[in-house]
Design a protein around this ligand. Structure first.
Ligand SMILES: *[C@@H]1O[C@H](CO)[C@@H](O)[C@H](O)[C@H]1NC(C)=O
Ligand SMILES: *[C@@H]1O[C@H](CO)[C@@H](O)[C@H](O)[C@H]1NC(C)=O
Length: 710
């Protein structure tokens, strides 16, 4: 059994900051005339080095993965040297001949629809943060979530949240029919126009699980498709929630999103100490710490006692109705996990839960110090709770200073970290040590050496003019970078020496401890630099910190409240898109540099790469090692996971169709059916600011239906 690989962290590559000249200039080495001193970029540079190193931790997990380990060891060592070669030997990009439909899409994609005042002429639905909902809206959203689950509110006799099963709504077909029935006799403008979109909650969760278990490797995470996949899941959920609203007129106007910075422990988020507004309270998602005496179930809040489905063939497998719209379901890529009395104690009846890990609770469970999670050895970033700020959100979505391409945005969401939550003695296992010694550390040492040389050169004034820099501010910044680079160098050299002298276990452990003092990587940088500006991972953090059900990448959608955090990821990506459109049309014309071919590797720098790739380390860990589940995956066979390029259908094992009807012009076909589901390119086209059917409250100022087109 491969070890459980939690959700998605990504090691940023230092080259991210350097390769694109202009906005995000090299931070520890100054290569161009322009010295952009974006803090986040500088931090990126440094952290990238550390993050690169942390990727190794993935390999640690690999190295400890059981009987195959020794065979794998030789393979890993070889693969890591192949990795550099593979990137260099790929031929340069070849022009592609698209289909006529694709060519038309290409042309349409360049119409930005920007008005004279720099806004977009459409009126999308506005998604609000959970705490911005009125009491009525909040109740409507809660009712709608439960109804998708097949539950209705009860005055008495309901569960801890006040709901009980309701057979009027417990399948997709019944929900659609019931919604339509309720429209009868209601005047037109008060009817619910979304009935067709009703989709049972667990069917949407099954779709999410399908992405992870696709035999080609993950079709929803750890790659460029991550955002497009999740924005479709959230959009499908949003339309379903609206369909499930029985108010007339409907009160659910969009899906809410969860901005985790508001609940942060450090800095203290706006609602962290507000008993009525804190997200992990009975008013919203229920307690952050599930009840140990109830198998860590969440038993209060809007979704108290939210049942986890039982996996059966009739419901989620080849015998289900879904099987004819989903290869994944028909072939049973995912079959749930059985919990037995061995796991759960005497008297427990074996149950095949809709989960990819063993859990005993029949309800959604949460445990920040989950023994199988990254906080088992202590809190990440100093707190078991969220550590994330608004500034960090902005840093990761600010074009061009911090993120300049699709993959740079992607890479900013999930800084890598697996290293520090593995028991220290396991870190000493041979494959890991060899990998560190032979591949990763030498590569990193080279980079640091180069950076130091460049900074020193810049301090002397560079090649021309050969004059020392006189600007004291500039000099100060350079010196600071030099300090950081030297500190990193020291760390790497110590580690490397210890690796050579492998007898010195204590010293090696100490070297590792130095890196892991604060496993939220940014913390390491913070310590060196005496400032706190590196964006801590937005996406992975929420999963890591909750533990249990939300940690389980396959079935994280089981925790419906926290799952709305993915809408906040979307908010970040849309902000990046909007800012870039205002400044650089070229990026949009090029589909934000989304990888089109297996040769598109340059926008993400050079190896070692992070979890999302190119040459995704997640693929190496989660898929290459599990041939039974992922028979169609070969690490290094291409730069990107098959199925995730620009023109590939997103999650084709269980594709998305018909989600853009409301924003579709009459003369266009927006169904996504031409290709058997939306492609990445189509999704980016349909959520383009000039035609997106939804946006976010914080981005609403970019839209103005009354504006005049330029
Ligand atoms: C969306 O439009 C397509 C036609 O493009 C139609 O077949 C489909 O039924 C519509 N779906 C919904 C849910 O209205
Ligand atoms: C799936 O099955 C239903 C009836 O069970 C049928 O109406 C529908 O056309 C089928 N869809 C596909 C894509 O085969």
């Amino acid at each position: 059994m491969a070890p459980h690989v939690p959700h998605v962290p990504v090691a940023t590559d230092e080259e991210d900051c350097r390769e694109d000249h202009g906005g995000c200039e090299d931070s520890t080495g100054l290569t161009g005339a322009r010295t952009i001193t974006s803090r986040a970029c500088r931090v990126c540079k440094v952290s990238c080095l550390v993050l690169g190193l942390l990727v190794v931790a993935m390999l640690i997990l690999l190295g400890t993965s059981g009987p195959q380990s020794s065979g794998l060891k030789a393979w890993i060592v070889k693969a890591s040297s192949d990795l550099s070669l593979a990137a260099e030997s790929l031929s340069p990009p070849v022009p592609e001949l698209g289909s006529t439909a694709t060519a038309a899409l290409e042309r349409r994609g360049t119409a930005t629809g920007l008005c004279r005042n720099g806004k977009f002429k459409n009126a999308p639905r506005i998604r609000k943060e959970w705490r911005e909902l009125t009491k009525r809206e909040l109740r409507a959203v809660q009712n709608a979530f439960w109804r998708l689950k097949g539950f209705s509110r009860r005055k008495s006799g309901g569960n801890a949240a006040g709901y009980a099963p309701d057979s009027n709504w417990d399948t997709t077909e019944k929900g659609i029919a019931k919604c339509k029935e309720l429209n009868q006799g209601v005047r037109k403008r008060d009817q619910n126009p979304y009935c067709e979109y009703f989709t049972n909650y667990d069917e949407m969760a099954a779709l999410h699980a399908c992405s992870v278990k696709d035999p080609r490797c993950d079709q929803g995470h750890t790659g460029p498709h991550f955002m497009n996949f999740h924005r479709m899941v959230i959009l499908k959920m949003e339309l379903a929630l609206m369909a499930a609203d029985t108010n007339r007129p409907i009160q659910v106007t969009a899906i809410p999103y969860w901005d985790q910075s508001l609940d942060s422990e450090d800095p203290i988020g706006r609602y962290r100490n507000a008993p009525d507004k804190y997200i992990f309270s009975e008013n919203y998602f229920g307690d952050f710490w599930g009840k140990p005496e109830n198998d860590y179930a969440v038993v209060n809040g809007l979704f108290a006692e939210w049942p986890v489905a039982i996996w059966t063939e009739e419901r989620f497998g080849s015998k289900s109705k879904l099987a004819n719209q989903s290869k994944c379901i028909a072939s049973e890529f995912f079959k749930g996990t059985v919990a037995t009395a061995d796991d759960c104690g005497d008297g427990y009846t074996a149950t095949r839960w809709f989960r990819d890990h063993v859990e005993c609770s029949e309800y959604v469970a949460r445990q920040p110090n989950d023994p199988n999670g990254p906080q088992a050895y202590g809190p990440l970033g100093g707190h078991y709770g969220i550590v994330y700020s608004k500034e960090e959100f902005e840093a990761c979505s600010t074009y061009p200073e911090n993120v300049r391409t699709w993959m740079q945005w992607n890479t900013c969401q999930d800084p890598g970290l697996f290293f520090c939550d593995v028991p220290r003695d396991e870190l000493l296992l041979l494959p890991v040590r060899d990998q560190l010694r032979d591949a990763i550390v030498p590569a990193l040492k080279d980079r640091v050496t180069k950076s130091i040389k460049e900074i020193e050169k810049a301090l002397k004034g560079g090649d021309t003019p050969s004059m020392p820099i006189e600007d004291p501010v500039e000099t100060g910044k350079l010196l600071k970078r030099l300090t950081v680079a030297n500190a990193l160098a020291a760390l790497l050299w110590t580690l490397s020496t210890n690796l050579e002298a492998s007898a010195d276990t204590q010293a090696l452990l100490q070297g590792i401890a130095n890196i892991c003092d604060d496993p939220m990587v940014y913390g390491y940088f913070t310590k060196l630099n005496e400032e706190r500006s590196f964006p801590r991972m937005q996406h992975g953090q929420a999963h890591f910190k909750a533990g249990r059900d939300f940690l389980d990448v396959t079935t994280s959608a089981n925790d419906c409240g926290q799952f709305t955090q993915h809408a906040d990821e979307d908010r970040s990506n849309m902000r990046f898109m909007l800012l870039s459109l205002r400044k650089n049309y070229r990026l949009e014309e090029n589909w934000w540099d989304y990888p089109r071919t297996q040769f598109d590797v340059l926008s993400n720098g050079k190896p070692p790469y992070g979890l999302s790739g190119p040459f995704t380390t997640a693929g190496l860990l989660a898929c290459q090692t599990d041939f039974d589940t992922f028979p169609f995956y070969r690490w290094l066979a291409g730069a990107w996971t098959p199925g995730t390029l620009l023109r590939d259908v997103v999650n084709s094992g269980f594709p998305f169709i018909d989600l853009f009807n409301s924003s579709c012009p009459e003369d266009e076909d927006c169904s996504g059916r031409q290709n058997g589901g939306y492609t990445n390119q189509e999704i980016m086209y349909y959520v383009h600011p000039s035609r997106t059917p939804y946006t976010y409250d914080t981005l609403a100022q970019y839209f103005d239906p009354d504006c005049e087109l330029a």
